[in-house]
Design a protein around this ligand. Structure first.
Ligand code: CA2
Length: 144
């Protein structure tokens, strides 16, 4: 089975516990299980990771670049300002699908209207809730 990494950035470990009006009721553990199930149905071996530490996400992106592993990335708030993540995404060798649970472009805060990930993404899926992760895995399976 082809390997896919789903990488989630800061505060996404709080999913389902706060701001359900924006991010829904699914917890991160439930999201991880759903991603593994959706992946299995698509013939993908999905591993889900979440971190609140930017250096850890950079290490994972570098690991994925070296192993040419496709990625589903929700870099959360780092999406909007981390040039380190921009540089790490630039050297990926397999497709990257950018996912956001909400649609940052439709939210009132101006800072959410920029993404350092989008220039390196094969596809951007935003505003689809948790289902966006399923759609991202489907896109990667189709590209496989
Ligand atoms: O919509 C998304 O997926 C975001 O990447 C989520 C980020 C936000 O900074 C981006 O603009 C859009 C925030 C993740 C925080 O997630 C929480 C979930 C539940 C409770 C608290 C935070």
């Amino acid at each position: 089975m082809s390997k896919v990494l789903v990488l989630n950035g800061p505060n996404l470990g709080r999913l389902g516990r706060r701001q359900p009006d924006i991010y829904g009721h699914t917890t991160h553990a439930e999201l991880a299980e759903l991603c593994r199930q959706w992946g299995a149905e698509l013939g993908l071996d999905v591993e889900v990771r979440q971190t609140n530490h930017e250096g850890e996400l950079l290490d994972w992106l570098n690991e994925a670049a070296d192993a040419a592993v496709p990625i589903v990335l929700n870099a959360a708030a780092w999406t909007h300002y981390s040039w380190a993540i921009f540089d790490a995404c630039a050297q990926l060798t397999a497709p990257l699908v950018e996912v956001h649970i909400s649609d940052p472009s439709q939210r009132p805060e101006e800072f959410r209207h920029t993404s350092v990930v989008t220039p390196h993404a094969a596809q951007v899926i935003a505003g689809q809730g948790i289902d966006g992760y399923r759609q991202a895995l489907e896109a990667l399976a189709a590209a496989d």
